[in-house]
Design a protein around this ligand. Structure first.
Ligand SMILES: [Ca+2]
Ligand SMILES: [Ca+2]
Ligand SMILES: [Ca+2]
Length: 218
């Protein structure tokens, strides 16, 4: 078999043998948290502030990022759960200042490329930036001001964060962090997608498996 064709086939095999959960993990739906739990390392093989462990996607959230669960379901009534018609499940993410600065960072040390996107429900404006380095350092690869989108009363049956739109920041190169600049509580995020670069370990194991399978067929 021609080497190029062999590699193409190996890549296809690698893609097919990667567990679907690995791909699904690139989208963050903020489900599985306690209400008002800090997300922290729950998507990086660790836990949130209340012990919730979601997966190991290598994405680290500053202490300023919290999960809020729809109060219709959790009966944990409060404006943290004042959401309706969430794009995915019943949990969403919000920022709350715990450091004295209206600024939060989400770090992806292994990098991501192509674009960052998320659904949002905003009562106030905020700014999202994508950076080439961790901690909001390096080159600014993309920036987006999220403006308030229309919110109406009722629905779900309760929840004033009930209008959701998709925000997308396309960029070139590899990014390692996303920053949020804005006020507390009043912007909710759900179904956030970092378009993660596949974990080197998972990709190489898949590719190796494909190549081994090809060699055995010869
Ligand atoms: Ca709901
Ligand atoms: Ca609701
Ligand atoms: Ca959700």
């Amino acid at each position: 078999m021609h080497r190029t064709a062999s590699l193409v086939l190996a890549a296809a095999l690698a893609a097919s043998v990667l567990p679907s959960a690995a791909r699904a993990a690139t989208t963050f739906s903020f489900e599985g948290f306690q209400d008002t739990e800090m997300i922290l390392n729950a998507y990086a093989g660790g836990t949130g502030s209340m012990g919730s462990a979601i997966n190991n996607s290598g994405v680290y959230f500053d202490p300023g990022f919290f999960a809020g669960n729809d109060s219709d379901i959790t009966t944990n009534v409060g404006y943290w759960g004042d959401t309706a018609w969430e794009p995915d499940g019943m949990g969403s993410m919000y920022f709350a200042n715990v450091t004295g600065v209206a600024f939060g960072v989400i770090n992806v040390p292994a990098g991501f490329n192509g674009q960052w996107s998320s659904f949002y429900s905003a009562k106030v404006a905020c700014q999202i930036d994508v950076w080439s380095g961790i901690g909001g350092t390096g080159t600014n690869l993309g920036s987006l001001t999220i403006n308030p989108n229309a919110q109406t009363n009722g629905g779900d049956p309760n929840g004033s964060f009930n209008t959701w739109k998709l925000a997308t920041i396309p960029f070139t190169g590899v990014a390692q962090s996303v920053t949020y600049i804005g006020p507390d509580f009043d912007v909710r995020f759900d179904r956030m997608d970092f378009n993660l670069v596949p974990a080197p370990g998972a990709a190489s194991i898949g590719l190796l498996g494909g190549l081994v399978a090809l060699r055995r067929k010869r």
